[in-house]
Design a binder for this molecule. Structure first.
Ligand SMILES: [Fe+2]
Length: 145
């Protein structure tokens, strides 16, 4: 998976699982940017990624609220900025279809942001959870499919 390494594990089982799913979906988009599936496939995969990003962010923010994480507002702002940028990328893809330039944008803006965000901001939350005790993962019914 582009961008994912074991170093990005934050020791929060459910969030680690969701983060890997994000990278799986980014990979599908990168393949679509370079492949011959054309516009239909690249529009489909950017939607596939965008939908999961929003569900993942909502889940993570619910967990932060549930835990009383003091940096929730700041973290929510980071998510909102990324979601805005991803919507812009989605609109560009809708308008112009796949290209190697678009694949470069996705690598730089999406992969680069995710790696940095998980490694710093999400890890900060996971460490807060570990320090405050209690099980790191929510009940299965609260998970994001
Ligand atoms: Fe996050």
């Amino acid at each position: 998976m582009t961008g994912w390494t074991a170093r990005l594990t934050i020791d929060h089982g459910e969030l680690d699982r969701q983060h890997q799913e994000l990278f799986v979906r980014v990979d599908a988009l990168l393949v679509a940017c370079a492949g011959d599936g054309g516009r239909v496939e690249v529009v489909r995969t950017v939607g596939f990624l965008g939908d999961y990003v929003l569900r993942h962010f909502a889940f993570e923010e619910r967990e932060m609220a549930r835990r009383g994480y003091p940096r929730l507002v700041e973290h929510r702002g980071l998510h909102a900025t990324f979601a805005y940028n991803l919507r812009r990328i989605r609109r560009e893809i809708d308008a112009s279809g796949p290209s190697s330039a678009m694949a470069g944008n996705v690598r730089r803006l999406v992969v680069g942001w995710l790696v940095n965000h998980i490694d710093r901001s999400d890890r900060d939350f996971a460490q807060f959870v570990a320090q405050s005790g209690g099980p790191p993962s929510p009940a299965p019914s609260r998970r994001v499919a």
